[in-house]
Design a protein around this ligand. Sequence first.
Ligand code: RP5
Length: 172
Amino acid sequence: MDKKPVVAILMGSLSDKEVMAETAKALTEFGIPFEAHVMSAHRTPERVHEFVSGAYEKGIRVMVAGAGKSAHLAGVVASLTCIPVIGVPMETSDLGGLDSLLSTVQMPPGIPVGTIAIGKSGARNAGLLAVSILAVHNVELYEKLKLFRVSMAAKVNSADEELQRESWVLGQ
Ligand code: RP5
């Protein structure tokens, strides 16, 4: 695959870095080139505008935006581009991430944001979903995704085998 970034990972603050690194890890597992930036819908709105409006022309095909609290980053990003946008709501100390979830998911009709689970599992799934979107027109990547699912299923099956070796499972 071309080395030019095809996915942009955006986060509202450096405090979101650890969570958004999960998106980066998933993309790396599939060899997807990406770039990652901190930019904020309310603290650096001009930077968001500048970056997102030039994203398609420079080769970005999926955007992942993670933000917390009044998490309008993904919505603002989606308003500036027709590239698919996946929103990752950050877990927060005050409302547990429900604030971020509702701010990201409740987009009025017309400007969609594909909102995913709160926190690290959401960030990982955002990466995997970005891979699925890119795989629609890339047979090799699609096959890689299928193999990934097969190996995940194998892990679950071997976990069950391991569990069956424990005597308490038999109810005796
Ligand atoms: C949002 O506010 C960021 O996405 C972050 O999740 C949250 C808190 O930001 P900091 O105060 O930690 O920079 O804009």
